[in-house]
Design a protein around this ligand. Structure first.
Ligand code: CP3
Length: 348
């Protein structure tokens, strides 16, 4: 770092340097728990319209930074913009989550476009440029996409399910057809992440929200291997690109994931066993996490204790303080402020 360049704690941790006060951001930090988000959301025609209107997407990306001075902004978008750019019908129905046309037979998969229309995603890149222009130099900007397995679970079922049984079943019954979906997503994801890095993202995160429902063999095939290919494909064109993986629920398989994929950091959830994470994960890469979003809703002593547990478990090593999954809409803003104060006051 030169004398003139500002300290960038989030990127320092990703580059291997522990910070005495861990950098901080929250998954889903732009969202319905913020009145200013709900106000902008009401002005857009729908959720996808919000994602694809650069000025609005940039505005909601910046809202949590203004309020809480986080160390990183994550671009406001969604993992389902890739299926949309592949020509799949994607709708977001109020209170119900995403709806897609199910891609659940080998015959339908045969007809899947193999190349996404990246012009569709141009507004995402424009939003990144707008945010980067507004953002202070010391605050990092994160781009993202869904990992192929998680995106495929929504494409196959057409909606969210508790255990992603439709995609798991299709992968057992028709592995070649399922592999075609994964291959298409690997290529589109590489392209989309490179587009985001080029537009000003300092790091990218791969959300594999549904990794934890896979058996070890399937986890290797459908989560680890596609992620490894994406990391390799991105770094082939953008050497040194900083990449965070979030294989939610990977548990004891997390170490294999880290070794095989080459990510710079992993996001962990609140069920992680601290000594195992310190010995087998944090010794190799940075960890991000892992406050239980329900402790953030609860507030009070439960929240203080949960924050202290994250800090005492992981702040002796490379830590990016975060939640173990996205913040929920009913979270009181005062509790987020309480968490931020406690993390900022910590010096380890
Ligand atoms: O973190 C951020 O602030 C960036 C924005 C972001 C969104 N979705 C905005 C969003 C990110 C990183 C995502 C990722 C995402 N999207 C994931 C992986 C991470 C996770 O939380 O598990 C998944 C599985 C999706 C798919 C998706 N999008 C679902 C299941 C839903 C409905 C759930 C809900 O909370 O309603 C969405 C919609 C969505 N994506 C919202 C937001 C703010 C809520 C929509 C609204 O405002 O009406």
């Amino acid at each position: 770092m030169t004398e003139n360049s500002p300290a960038r704690p989030f990127l320092e941790v990703l580059s291997g340097c522990r910070q005495p006060s861990p950098p901080l951001w929250m998954m889903r930090q732009a969202g319905r728990y913020l009145p200013e988000y709900r106000e902008v959301r009401a002005r857009a025609d729908g959720f996808l319209d919000l994602c694809f209107t650069p000025e609005l997407a940039a505005e909601v990306t910046l809202q949590p930074i203004r309020r809480f001075s986080f160390d990183a902004a994550i671009i406001f978008s969604d993992i389902l913009v890739i299926p949309y750019a592949l020509g799949r019908a994607v709708r977001f129905e109020a209170g119900e989550g995403p709806r897609l046309d199910p891609l659940d037979t080998p015959a339908k998969i045969e007809g899947l476009n193999t190349v996404a229309d990246f012009a569709t995603l141009e507004p995402v890149y424009e939003a990144l440029r707008l945010v980067r222009a507004e953002l202070a130099g010391e605050i990092a900007l994160i781009g993202f996409c869904g990992a192929p397995w998680t995106v495929a679970t929504y494409m196959v079922a057409g909606h969210g399910t508790p255990d992603q049984a439709p995609a798991r079943m299709l992968a057992y019954r028709h592995p070649e057809a399922f592999a075609k979906i994964i291959d298409v997503l690997v290529e589109s994801s590489i392209h989309h992440l490179l587009g985001q890095l080029q537009a000003g993202a300092d790091a990218v995160q791969l959300f594999d929200t549904w990794a934890g429902v896979l058996s070890p063999r399937e986890f290797t095939r459908w989560s680890v291997e596609p992620t490894r290919r994406i990391v390799e494909g991105v770094r082939a064109k953008a050497p040194g690109a900083k990449i965070i993986g979030f294989p939610r629920g990977a548990g004891a398989l997390l170490s294999d994931y880290v070794d095989a994929t080459g990510v710079d950091a992993v996001s962990i959830d609140w069920t992680a066993a601290p000594s195992l994470i310190r010995d087998e994960i944090q010794s190799k890469v940075a960890v991000q996490g892992n406050l239980d979003p329900l402790a953030l809703i609860a507030g009070g002593n439960a929240l203080d204790q949960a924050v202290d547990d994250v800090l005492s478990s992981y702040a002796s090593g490379r830590l990016i303080f975060n939640l173990g999954h996205g913040i929920q809409p009913e979270t009181p803003i005062a509790h987020v402020e309480q968490m931020v104060r406690r993390v900022r006051d910590f010096r380890g």
